[in-house]
Design a protein around this ligand. Structure first.
Ligand code: MN
Length: 137
């Protein structure tokens, strides 16, 4: 059998054009909210240098990194380097961002819970200065 152990787990999905990402990021929806699951699951692929805006989730979010290297940062705290295999449990209403490193692409599965019909509140972009500071750590 062919060895696909290094192949991406998921294809890239559609380019995100909602204005809440810097750089090129892609979303592949994996599971829709339904009567049993009060969350959505998607695979988000970030090209090198791409990242989310700062944002919060009213009922939290879980990320499972499945490709590459990137960062997760909560406001006012040092950024965490994240890599394939890492699981990040993001509390409710904590301002944060996630994305690829300046030297690597990154992909994660995102499991995002709902409060009512809201699962994310978007805030300002992560500035070049903020992003460069993290990448120099
Ligand atoms: Mn998030």
């Amino acid at each position: 059998m062919p060895d696909n152990s290094d192949a991406p787990l998921f294809k890239k999905g559609a380019k995100l054009t909602n204005g809440y990402f810097t750089g090129d990021a892609y979303l592949l929806p994996l599971l829709a909210r339904d009567k049993n699951n009060d969350f959505v699951i998607g695979n988000v692929s970030f090209e090198t240098g791409a990242r989310t805006n700062w944002h919060t989730h009213p009922k939290g979010q879980v990320l499972i990194v499945n490709e590459g290297v990137g960062f997760y940062q909560e406001k006012g705290k040092p950024a965490q380097s994240i890599k394939k295999g890492d699981v990040i449990n993001i509390p409710e209403n904590v301002e944060h961002w996630h994305g690829a490193a300046a030297t690597s692409q990154m992909a994660h599965i995102a499991i995002t819970n709902f409060l009512g019909d809201t699962n994310v509140v978007w805030l300002k972009p992560v500035s070049e200065e903020e992003y460069n500071t993290v990448n120099k750590q």
